[in-house]
Design a binder for this molecule. Structure first.
Ligand code: GAL
Length: 717
């Protein structure tokens, strides 16, 4: 009898075994070996990956010193539970998931923040309305709320099964149910696997840990070489102009901003500055811009920076195209050649041209379009490139390649730039670029802004047109609380005053952004020095509970509204820096819920107490975007200025203090335009508010920066 049990047991084991590891794979399934790189950072090389990967093309070094300044932290999971194998040219990875574990990241998603339960193929593309992995920046990096994250450093299309595959050897097996009779039957039984398929003979993995998700993200950002501090002008207001505008049209546009008294730091020229576009010549159109150098100089004198639109495909037989001929791919885009910018000579050809005809006459930056998709017009995966990299690898990195081309020339001039890009990938954190697209859903734009913070990206919810004044003002409000405050009027010719009846609130919010520049700039300094994303998901904030099980008691809308609220994804509020919570309002929204992390929160405008670790309902006025401030915050503000050229050291700074707690703020400043900050040329003033009295406690940098004209305002008294 006992022997029978034994044989039945063996038979069952064999069955399980053979289901789990067909084709005798068992020997090849291994746990990756991890090698420590820096505090809380480990690297593993699984089998034989390609030398070309997301980080190699970006050519940025990890900021090891900054990472090592962070307290070391252990890996929160059993590394033996991670497995990998390579078979038939594909590498398979599996990570364990705990019962309530939540995952974030995987790049620029527009509809979802939590990624557990999703199936995606990470593939650079124009976003088409569903979070299936095809997006402008499908970064293969995830963050788990167990406080670890992994970058899959491969420039391939990567398949992700994020808690969907159900295996036999699960620690928490899914329950098998009879659909005939059991109403708990589910088509998607519980899975505790996070799995990846990478079409390559191996892969490099980088693991990051920390005491919370914020530290994981910080380490990821610093490892990828970033963040960065934009030039001061980049944080002012941007207006992109209609495609065929000429120099005279631009002059009138700039005049309009002066007359209407609306902030303006950057004018964007769209395709019409090229003599031909789609593909592009990268040569000024002689009719619309007869004297580009003179025009650029005139704009600089008016405090206006020029940003030029381009796609990187070259007009046949243009000067640039002729020089680029040895370095182009087999296929064309709109009949234009596709340079292989992984080849150093190709980069040099483009860089020399841009330097001579654009940078050196005063152009401040670029908007690099069409580096994402669609498949219908980009090169197919059947294309070949002279470097030997696959079309797929080129697609996954073309945005990064173009950012590198332009970044290197501005760096060589020791001049900061800030621009727009429509595709990015891991490794682009330190490139001074913001992603945008044509999708134009206001709520989804905010979800993208939230998601950008998990993946080392910046995103602008740009404003184009609107169906009503209400929608216009709501969009203007949220774009002013984003990395780039911009109207993109390339098609509609809109201006900030296009909706006359809401002009005042639009003007107010643009000026408010200008007043907050010292705060925003200091927030970007955190991005550079500590890798903290300037615009952040609530999940990255201390005191924000993202798991309902952590909350005691029944979860319902009345007894325990916080738990009820966070059971749903929170996709419509985020933090700007450490202290300001932004709660955008959408068209037709008369009230909205606000999930407040633990700690006291105050109304930014009035200083009034709002709540603590709870869900509150607010009824916003049309005139103001709801903003809330953390207890103890010190918010530095300058007077209303129209252009960043007016942002001088002598401006008085009002320090608004919120709540009752003692607080601190590190006020950062530098020359605003060169890279000298990277070699220590900056000032940091430590501001403290102790028992209702404000002081300057410590100064790094030139003493002359010390402000005798600080004015402390206690908002909550
Ligand atoms: C689109 C881009 C727009 C605008 C337009 C000009 O591809 O997303 O922002 O630049 O091209 O043709």
């Amino acid at each position: 009898m006992k022997l029978t049990y034994f044989f039945v047991g063996i038979a069952i084991m064999t069955l399980i075994f053979s289901c789990e590891t067909p084709n005798k794979l068992n020997d090849e399934i291994k746990s990756p070996v991890w090698e420590k790189q820096f505090s809380g950072v480990w690297k593993s090389t699984v089998n034989s990956p390609d030398d070309f990967n997301l980080l190699s093309i970006s050519n940025k070094k990890p900021k090891g010193e900054a990472i090592n300044k962070m307290e070391d932290s252990a890996v929160p999971l059993d590394l033996n539970e991670i497995t990998a194998f390579t078979k038939n040219g594909k590498t398979y990875l599996r990570f364990p998931l705990e019962k309530e574990e939540q995952l974030y990241g995987f790049g620029l998603n527009f509809k979802t923040v939590r990624q557990r339960g999703r199936i995606m193929r990470l593939h650079v593309d124009h976003y088409r309305g569903s979070d299936d992995g095809r997006t402008h920046a499908p970064v293969p990096f995830f963050v788990s709320d167990r406080a670890y994250g992994v970058l899959i450093n491969s420039a391939r299309y990567i398949d992700v099964y994020s808690g969907t595959g159900v295996t036999h050897n699960s620690k928490n097996p899914a329950v098998v149910r009879d659909r005939n009779t059991d109403d708990k039957w589910s088509a998607r039984p519980y899975s505790d696997n996070l799995e990846f398929v990478i079409p390559e003979n191996g892969v490099e993995l980088i693991m990051f840990t920390g005491k919370n998700m914020m530290e994981v993200v910080q380490r990821f950002n610093l490892y990828c070489g970033g963040g960065f501090i934009p030039p001061k002008w980049g944080l002012g207001f941007w207006q992109r102009t209609p495609t065929l505008y000429s120099d005279n049209d631009i002059r009138k546009e700039v005049e309009g901003f002066e007359t209407k008294n609306f902030p303006l730091d950057v004018i964007g020229l769209e395709p019409g500055w090229h003599s031909k576009a789609y593909p592009c010549t990268f040569e000024w159109d002689k009719g619309r811009y007869p004297d580009p150098a003179g025009f650029a100089k005139e704009m600089t004198q008016k405090g206006v920076n020029l940003n030029l639109w381009a796609n990187p495909y070259l007009w046949p037989d243009s000067k640039l195209d002729k020089q680029m001929k040895p370095y182009i791919g087999s296929h064309t885009v709109w009949c234009g050649t596709v340079p292989d910018y992984t080849i150093p000579e190709a980069r040099t050809v483009m860089q020399d041209h841009l330097k001579k005809h654009q940078l050196d006459i005063g152009v401040s930056g670029f908007k690099i379009d069409e580096v994402d998709g669609y498949d219908e017009w980009l090169w197919p995966d059947a294309a070949t490139f002279p470097s030997g990299h696959d079309a797929e690898q080129m697609r996954q990195t073309y945005g990064n390649q173009m950012m590198r081309v332009t970044d290197e020339i501005y760096r060589a001039k020791n001049q900061r730039s800030y621009g727009l890009i429509r595709a990015a990938n891991a490794g682009s954190v330190s490139y001074p670029y913001v992603i945008y697209n044509d999708y134009y859903s206001h709520p989804d734009f905010i979800t993208a802004l939230i998601n950008s913070s998990f993946s080392g990206l910046l995103w602008t919810p740009e404003v184009r047109a609107s169906k009503s004044s209400e929608e216009w003002v709501r969009r203007m409000q949220s774009v002013c609380f984003s990395p780039m405050a911009m109207i993109n009027a390339w098609a509609d010719g809109t201006k900030p005053w296009s909706f006359e009846d809401v002009y005042e609130p639009c003007q107010d919010v643009a000026f408010l952004r200008m007043q907050l520049l010292p705060y925003i700039y200091s927030t970007f300094a955190q991005y550079y020095f500590e890798g903290k994303p300037p615009f952040r998901a609530m999940e990255l904030v201390d005191g924000y509970l993202s798991k309902e099980e952590k909350i005691e008691g029944k979860l319902d809308a009345t007894g325990n509204p916080y738990a009820e609220a966070i059971k749903k994804e929170v996709k419509d509020q985020y933090m700007m820096g450490d202290f300001i919570l932004v709660a955008p309002v959408f068209n037709n929204q008369k009230e909205r819920k606000l999930v407040l992390p633990k700690g006291n929160w105050y109304n930014f405008y009035t200083g009034e107490y709002i709540g603590n670790g709870e869900v509150v309902t607010i009824k916003p006025s049309l005139e103001k975007i709801p903003l809330f401030v953390k207890d103890g915050a010190i918010i530095p503000m300058i007077p209303k200025i129209r252009q960043t050229t007016e942002w001088t050291k002598d401006l008085p700074i009002e320090l608004r203090v919120y709540g009752e707690k003692d607080g601190q703020f590190q006020l950062y400043n530098d020359d605003g335009q060169t890279y000298n900050y990277e070699t220590g040329d900056y000032t940091i003033i430590n501001l403290s508010s102790i028992q209702g009295k404000g002081t300057v406690s410590k100064i790094y940098g030139e003493e002359s920066e010390k402000k005798s004209n600080f004015k402390w305002t206690y908002m909550s008294k």
